[in-house]
Write a protein that binds this ligand. Structure first.
Ligand code: LRH
Ligand code: MN
Length: 391
């Protein structure tokens, strides 16, 4: 199968793909060992959004930017949303941050101290106010909450406290707003994490209501976890709200999606296509959540968007009828071969064609490199405080 023989439906699906990029990917990031600065890194939320707009300008499929509060705190969020619109992008999910305040050492919404729990809930509700101003639909909640030693706190009581804060936040949502609850196996907590896996997130979402959905961050699982099973299961339940795409070799490495395991990304996108969940109205938000610790950030984001696009194109080229027939016939090798045929298809000629049809440069990485934008922002953005994970 040559990709360029792709059907009009496949081409339309690829033109309609939408990926949301994270504002924090354009700021400095690193590990506990070192956060390396880079020339031209944005200093303000406006500059982060301007960088995200570059990624959309060259890929054509990334017109949405997630914000993280307080990293992207401004006085006027409506003005920030208007600024984004002028650049051809819009503000997407609002990420709460209850993992960097000294008060949250023993937890935020699960903290034994009710005053600290109230403070954390206050921040979650403030983020809904911000969503009202930016026109965002999604409140994304990741809790670093957990414990480091057995006995440190009562596992069940912490779940009670978490459920209470989630219910109060859900109560505050507007009619078309959602909670996206993210889970993570460990880090920064190293014994119990209060939302450690998809089952815990799913159970809390069921208790909350229809507008509570699960986020699958592809870096948040134990090694060897079959993530596409979780995708298929949550799609079947109508509870897959979003992805935080990235890749990893070991832990929550937050590397470029598809860089460490492009076959896994393909298998995930195969479940998405099989469930007809790629279209923007499906309710699944395809977000990146990455850190470009050593590589240039805008090209890193462009490459990441292209990696998702390529995995998606391969998934769209799966011969669904042949696959279903082989599966029904119990033809193990035949069924596997149908999937591998799509995965082994070079989809880059097809994507170059589609970009050219959309008036985009067929090679976004080369086009951005030729643009001189990297040198321009390095020259302009001198002085001030480069953005990072600090408040
Ligand atoms: C936690 C996480 C979460 C974000 C943060 C930037 O590891 O994946 O989604 O808040 O990274
Ligand atoms: Mn994440």
């Amino acid at each position: 199968m040559t990709a360029t023989a792709a059907s009009p439906e496949v081409r339309a699906a690829l033109r309609g793909q939408r990926i949301e990029v994270p504002s924090w990917a354009y700021g400095n990031s690193g590990t506990r060992f070192k956060v390396f600065g880079q020339p031209g890194v944005p200093r303000t939320p406006h500059e982060k959004i301007a960088d995200a707009a570059q990624v959309h300008a060259y890929t054509g499929i990334a017109p949405i930017v997630s914000l993280h509060i307080p990293w992207d705190r401004v006085d006027d969020y409506a003005e920030l949303a208007a600024y984004a619109a002028d650049l051809g992008v819009r503000i997407g999910a609002i990420n709460a941050n209850v993992f960097q305040d000294d008060d949250y050492r023993l937890g935020s919404v699960t903290n034994p101290d009710p005053a600290i729990r109230r403070k954390a809930l206050g921040h979650l509700l403030e983020c809904v106010d911000i969503m009202d101003a930016t026109g965002s639909r999604d409140l994304k909640l990741w809790f670093s909450d957990g414990t480091n030693y057995p006995g440190q706190d009562d596992i069940r009581s912490r779940q009670d406290r978490l459920a209470e804060a989630l219910a109060a936040t859900y109560q505050r949502l507007g009619a078309d707003q959602r909670i996206l609850l993210e889970y993570k196996l460990f880090e920064p907590a190293f014994y119990v994490t209060d939302v450690p896996d998809w089952g815990t997130a799913y159970a809390h979402c069921l208790k909350l209501g229809e507008r509570a959905q699960v986020v699958i961050d592809t870096g948040h699982h134990a090694p060897g976890t079959n993530i596409e099973f979780i995708v298929a299961f949550l799609l079947r339940e109508g509870r897959l709200g979003a992805f935080d795409f990235n890749s990893r070799f070991y832990a929550d490495d937050d590397l470029m999606v598809g860089a460490a395991d492009p076959f896994q990304l393909f298998r995930i996108m195969h479940e998405i296509v099989r469930a007809d969940a790629l279209r923007p109205g499906s309710g699944v938000n395809f977000m990146l959540d990455q850190c470009h610790n050593i590589e240039p950030k805008i090209p890193g984001q462009i490459r990441s968007v292209l990696n998702v696009q390529e995995a998606t194109a391969k998934a769209l080229l799966v011969d669904a009828d042949a696959l279903a027939a082989a599966q029904a016939a119990g033809d193990v090798l035949g069924a596997n071969a149908v999937l591998m045929d799509a995965y082994d298809t070079d989809v880059r000629p097809l994507l170059r064609e589609i970009r050219a049809e959309q008036g985009l440069d067929p090679d976004p990485m080369a086009a951005y490199a030729r643009s001189g934008h990297a040198a321009k922002i390095a020259a302009e953005r001198v002085g001030g405080q480069q953005a990072g994970w600090g408040a």
